[in-house]
Design a protein around this ligand. Structure first.
Ligand code: SF4
Length: 345
C-alpha cells in the first residue's frame, strides 16, 4: 500500500487536524436521529439503511423501523414478510434480509447484545469492513477506522491520492490513511466529523474549501479531480414489460422468486407481447443496467401462472412491493378511482 508522501507529512499534524475538525463538527454537525442515541442496535440499522441510500430518504424509514422493531429481539422474532414490508421503498432488499439474519445471530449467539469486538461484528451477515468500523465507532465509541464515500473523498483530497480508490492499491492507501488519523479514543466524534465534512463541505463538485476547517492540511491542488476512480462500465439497457390486470375489484400480482427480490410482489410479467401504448413507463437503475418498466392494460387469462394471486384493493397495504412496481401502482390506482394512500399501512 502506498500512502501519498503529502499525507505522511500531514500525519505529523494529525492532532491539530483532529482538533480543528472536532471543533467544526460541534458547531456544524447535523442533528440526525441515529446520532441522538449511541444504541448499537439503532446504529446498526442506520448503517444498513444508509448503504446505497441518502440521509434525507433514510430518516423517515429509520424512525418507522425503530417503532416497529425497537431491538434485536423484536427484529429476530419478526417474519420475513413483515421485515420486507417495513423496508419496502428503500430498495436493495438484500440489506433488509441481512439485517434480519444478523438480528437472529445476535439473539442466538450473543444473547441479544451486539458484541463490541469489531472482528465479531464483521462476522454478522451483511456487515463489511466499513459497516463493522462504523458500528464500532458510532455504537461503542471505539477508535476504529471506517471509510465510506464521504470519508474517501476527504482523505483522497487531504493526501492528494492519485491512485483509483476503487482499485486495491488506492483502497488500501485510504484505509491506512484513516487508521493514521484515528485518535486514541473517542472514535464516534472523529468519524462523524470526517463524514460530515465530506457531506457538507468537501463536496464532490465545488467543495467549499474557503470554509474548510482543515484546509491548512489539504494537499489537493485540484480537489474536483479527486478522488480518482477506474473507468465506468457502460450501462446496459433492459426492457421489463408487465401487465395491469384488474377484475372485480382485485389486481393480479406475481411474487418474485430470485434471490435479490425474493418475496416481493410485482405486476405480472409479459413475455414478448405487443400491447400498444403502455399505461405507465419508468426507467430505473439496477447495478450497471438501466431498466425500462412498461405496464400495459390487459384482461385476465383463464388460469393463473405459478406465483400469481389476486389482491382485493383493500389488501394491497399488506403487501411489500419492488420499488418501481410500487410507483406503477401509485400512478395507476387512481384510474380506478382509488387513492395511492391505499398502499400505506
Ligand atoms: S480544503 Fe477543500 S478539498 Fe481539501 S479537505 Fe477541505 S474542502 Fe476538501
Amino acid at each position: 500500500m502506498k500512502i501519498p508522501a503529502s499525507f505522511r507529512d500531514q500525519k505529523a499534524h494529525a492532532a491539530e487536524l483532529r482538533f480543528k475538525l472536532a471543533q467544526w463538527f460541534r458547531l456544524n454537525g447535523r442533528d440526525l436521529p441515529w446520532r441522538r442515541s449511541p444504541d448499537p442496535y439503532a446504529v446498526m440499522v442506520s448503517e444498513f439503511m444508509l448503504q446505497q441510500t441518502q440521509v434525507v430518504t433514510v430518516i423517515a424509514y429509520f424512525e418507522r423501523w425503530l417503532k416497529r422493531f425497537p431491538d434485536f429481539n423484536t427484529l429476530a422474532a419478526a417474519s420475513e414478510e413483515e421485515v420486507m414490508h417495513v423496508w419496502q421503498g428503500l430498495g436493495y432488499y438484500s440489506r433488509a434480509r441481512n439485517l434480519h439474519r444478523a438480528a437472529k445471530c445476535v439473539v442466538d449467539e450473543h444473547g441479544g447484545q451486539l458484541p463490541d469486538d469489531p472482528a465479531a461484528i464483521a462476522r454478522l451477515p451483511g456487515v463489511g469492513r466499513y459497516t463493522a468500523g462504523a458500528i464500532a465507532s458510532f455504537g461503542f465509541d471505539q477508535a476504529a477506522a471506517a471509510v465510506d464515500a464521504n470519508i474517501a473523498r476527504v482523505l483522497a483530497r487531504l493526501g492528494n491520492l492519485r491512485e483509483p480508490i476503487d482499485a486495491r492499491a488506492g483502497s488500501d492507501a485510504l484505509w491506512a490513511m484513516a487508521s493514521d488519523l484515528l485518535p486514541e479514543s473517542g472514535g464516534r466524534e472523529h468519524t462523524s466529523a470526517l463524514m460530515e465534512l465530506g457531506a457538507l463541505v468537501c463536496l464532490p463538485r465545488k467543495p467549499h474549501c474557503a470554509l474548510c476547517p482543515v484546509r491548512d492540511y489539504c494537499a489537493a491542488p485540484d480537489p474536483e479531480l479527486l478522488p480518482v476512480k477506474k473507468p465506468r462500465r457502460a450501462s446496459v439497457r433492459i426492457d421489463e414489460n408487465c401487465a395491469w390486470i384488474v377484475e372485480a375489484g382485485a389486481l393480479l400480482l406475481e411474487q418474485q422468486s430470485g434471490t435479490r427480490w425474493r418475496g416481493l410482489w410485482k405486476l405480472p410479467a409479459l413475455n414478448g407481447e405487443s400491447l400498444g401504448e403502455p399505461l405507465f413507463k419508468i426507467e430505473y437503475p439496477f447495478t450497471h443496467h438501466v431498466v425500462t418498466l412498461r405496464v400495459y392494460g390487459k384482461s385476465a387469462e383463464a388460469e393463473l401462472m405459478p406465483g400469481q394471486r389476486w389482491f382485493a384493493f383493500k389488501e394491497l397495504a399488506g403487501a411489500a412491493f419492488a420499488a418501481a412496481h410500487r410507483r406503477a401502482l401509485v400512478a395507476l390506482l387512481p384510474l380506478h378511482g382509488l387513492p395511492a394512500s391505499l398502499l400505506d399501512s
